[in-house]
Write a protein that binds this ligand. Structure first.
Ligand code: ADP
Length: 365
């Protein structure tokens, strides 16, 4: 085989190797003009074609983490050794922005004229990984912040109880301090339970047995569970169940968890009046099912907050909410469970008047 033929074969092999790579590869000459690229580069840059000789900055528009435009040309031509970054983003022509992994390698026997230098870029879309990382970081910072307060209060209260026991032995004061510590311990337990339900729901590993649920018995059992909590706050707890309701086919575990979240919130955020658990037949998007609702005459939720109450860690800012212990996780867990049960949540509320949280469960068999 002639030398030229050999070279041609090598060249073809190299091209097919580059084209089979999942990462975008672009080679430029030393002035930043594109001399070679693969199919994946078109995908990651979201363009249909690249003309050889195009300046790199015309198709690769780098921005920093705050989306400020950067000089792509300076960044690439300035690389004297291999540079790898996960902090750049690129802006597409439709103005959407993706996070990328970018490796820039200056090469000596480059792609320009014989013997000239050049650069090889490897580009990968890491938007999904980045947003998961950001979410995880935020989660850890919020959790540690949320844990710090109850742990500090518990520590202070127990220390206080010890001090009083040693100094005066005043049993009422010791009991009051221990009550405070006990409340915080319960709060921590609730938070850990919510977190563990959330993480199982996130991984989709919560069991979902579809069972026959009798809405009458189900609602009565809920009333029996919560009547004491309601009455000890001076609230009435009513049931309003459509007598013609038949069996619901859904996950008992999810329906129970969701209704418990709604009812504990209704009792927690209501000072006077009543809480009503209701259920009626409903058809939504041509699916038959049951809609449960929990209404209260409590503090209500402002219009602005209504769209956010199902977000992770969201708690309203007003003092009436902050007077109550809470993690801001209950309704987030509710929404996750509702998705798993193909159920639909909705909310109506008026500040100072009360709230109605609804959930429609379709029959799943
Ligand atoms: P929390 O542990 O704070 O109760 P949730 O996720 O259950 O967390 O609720 C989120 C926020 O939604 C609460 O902090 C509160 O601001 C608001 N909220 C939920 N239910 C009610 C309700 N029945 N009445 C008034 N506000 C409510």
């Amino acid at each position: 085989m002639s030398k030229e033929k050999n070279l041609e074969n090598d060249h073809d092999r190299l091209l097919s190797l580059i084209n089979s790579m999942a990462d975008g590869v672009i080679a430029t000459d030393e002035s930043g003009a594109i001399v070679l690229y693969n199919g994946a580069a078109l995908d990651v840059l979201d363009v249909n074609a690249i003309a050889k000789g195009d300046p790199i900055e015309s198709i690769l528009k780098l921005t920093n983490e705050r989306n400020d435009p950067l000089s792509t040309k300076e960044i690439i031509l300035g690389a004297t050794t291999q540079v790898v970054s996960r902090d750049y983003k690129i802006k597409y022509t439709d103005s959407s922005i993706v996070s990328i992994y970018l490796s820039i390698s200056p090469v000596r026997h480059g792609y320009g004229k014989k013997g000239e230098k050049g650069f090889v870029l490897i580009i990968r879309d890491i938007t999904r990984e980045k947003s998961l990382e950001e979410e995880r970081d935020e989660f850890i910072s919020v959790i540690s912040h949320e844990l710090r307060t109850p742990v500090a209060i518990t520590e202070g209260a127990v220390g206080n109880a010890q001090y009083i026991a040693e100094k005066t032995g005043d049993i009422d004061k010791i009991k009051a301090a221990l009550d405070t510590a006990h409340k915080q311990a319960i709060y921590l337990e609730d938070m850990i339970n919510d977190l563990s339900t959330l993480s199982r729901a996130d991984r989709g590993v919560l069991e979902k047995n579809i069972e026959d649920i009798n809405p009458h018995e189900f609602a009565e059992a809920l009333r029996d569970t919560y009547i004491h909590d309601a009455e000890s706050k001076g609230l009435q707890l009513h049931l309003d169940i459509d007598p013609s309701l038949e069996l619901l086919h859904s996950s008992k575990l999810y329906t129970q968890e969701i209704m418990q979240n709604y009812i504990t919130n209704a009792i927690k955020y209501t000072e006077t009046g009543s809480v009503t658990i209701s259920a009626k037949k409903k058809e939504l998007d041509s699916r038959q099912g049951v809609e449960f609702a929990v209404s209260d005459t409590g503090i209500g939720i402002s219009k602005g907050d209504q769209s956010r109450v199902f977000d992770k860690f969201f708690r309203a800012d007003d003092y009436k909410t902050r007077e109550q212990n809470g993690t801001g996780l209950g309704l987030h867990v509710t929404r996750k469970l509702a998705e798993l049960a193909h159920a639909k949540v909705s909310l109506e509320s008026e500040l100072g008047e009360g709230s109605t949280f609804r959930i429609f469960f379709p029959n799943l068999k």
